[in-house]
Design a protein around this ligand. Sequence first.
Ligand code: SAM
Ligand code: SF4
Ligand code: F3S
Length: 432
Amino acid sequence: MKYHIWTIGCQMNKADSWHAAQELEAQGHVPTKSAEDADIVVLNTCVVRQSAEDKVYGRLSSLKPLKRHNPHAAVVVMGCLVEEDSTALQECFPFVDLFLPPSDVQGLMSLVTDKWGDASSQAGATASPVPVSCHVPVMQGCDNLCTYCIVRLRRGKERSRPVAEIVEEVLCLAQRGAREVTLLGQNVDAYGHGLPGQPDLADLLRTVHEVDDLWRIRFLTSHPNDMSDGIIEAVAELDKVCEHIELPVQAGHDLTLKRMGRGYTVNQYRRLVERIRDHVPGVALATDVIVGFPGETEDQFQATYELLAEQRFDVVHVAAYSPRPGTPAARLDDDVPQQQKERRRRLIEELQRQIAAEINHELLESTTEILVEDKHKGKWRGRTRTNKLVFFNDDADWRGKLARVEVTWAGPWSMQGKLRMTDLASGSLPFP
Ligand code: SAM
Ligand code: SF4
Ligand code: F3S
């Protein structure tokens, strides 16, 4: 059978879709680019903001005529659109065969085997290469109480996967060609709560670090309150763990942080960043910010702007506040006009474009190690340990290899470089 998966949302959703594709292919099903051609159509959905939800409903409505052409097709909707009680969705979209909660790949596979049988024995084991850089969910859900956030309502309470199960998955990915893994959780630095023996993220990093043929480890996203000294030490100490931390601040004013329910003050956040920078030299920090939260005054927005100007993060993901049904913040007056939210968002984007350009400019003429992931528009594309995109030209096959590249051009979002042939001769790295 042919399958088509449409995905929107965060890395967790992308990882779930990849996992679903792997399971479907293990059963002999083949991917197709167009939903109209497919027998199995999966929409993996996100509702973090109204704009994402609108896209989901648009895509879902466009599938309505699908069953007229192919009455045997199965349409499955999974991800964060789906609430525990999906009756209302079933009534609105009767052509959907199944609504599944986020990450329920097994639920999808049960429907597929019920409908078309288990074809795994005919299909044989999947030996297809995996991406050089893979995402591995290590926990689900979130126990924090951020007042604007629908994720915790849709993904439920925190549940961590056992260390052994994660390591087995990473081992298998490395054997199939992965060289980097990113360990994923909504609140990944709370990993391990409730597991027997109470392992934490530092313990998990140390165990994954032992996997042969794996060269790099990342993790995201971290909540400032759960970023322990033990985790910072593990990042500093373990060679394979990259100097790259995603640490959302969300706002730069204490009153806004309080109304957001984030559980820390701006100064506590500042001190944490200082500790990380002291212990992990050269660390790249990324953060998330919401502008236009209910009651955010111009001065409070300025405080956020100034914090970002002072801290000079490598990456800032900025979003305009979007009220989400069922969240405590949705009961507050959404009183910052849309135009102002957009203005604040653009101001931060412009500030960050400038900062990122300056940070990357400092790398000009330096040589950096990149893990090459694939070819894009004729050029090799890879990332530095600090997660910066670098492109270079070469005729050899560099996929999945470490290259030393001299930076010849630096923009805010990517860099261009040339291979250092002197290093090539030294043979100190796994060359093609
Ligand atoms: N767990 C992470 C954290 O603690 O920030 C991220 C969760 S969320 C999937 C990703 C980002 O979406 C958040 O960091 C936040 O900036 C943004 N976001 C979440 N809810 C939002 C809302 N109601 N309006 C605008 N942006 C939102
Ligand atoms: Fe949502 Fe806050 Fe949990 Fe992040 S930490 S998923 S923003 S509740
Ligand atoms: Fe979206 Fe759910 Fe991720 S709402 S951002 S897909 S956790």
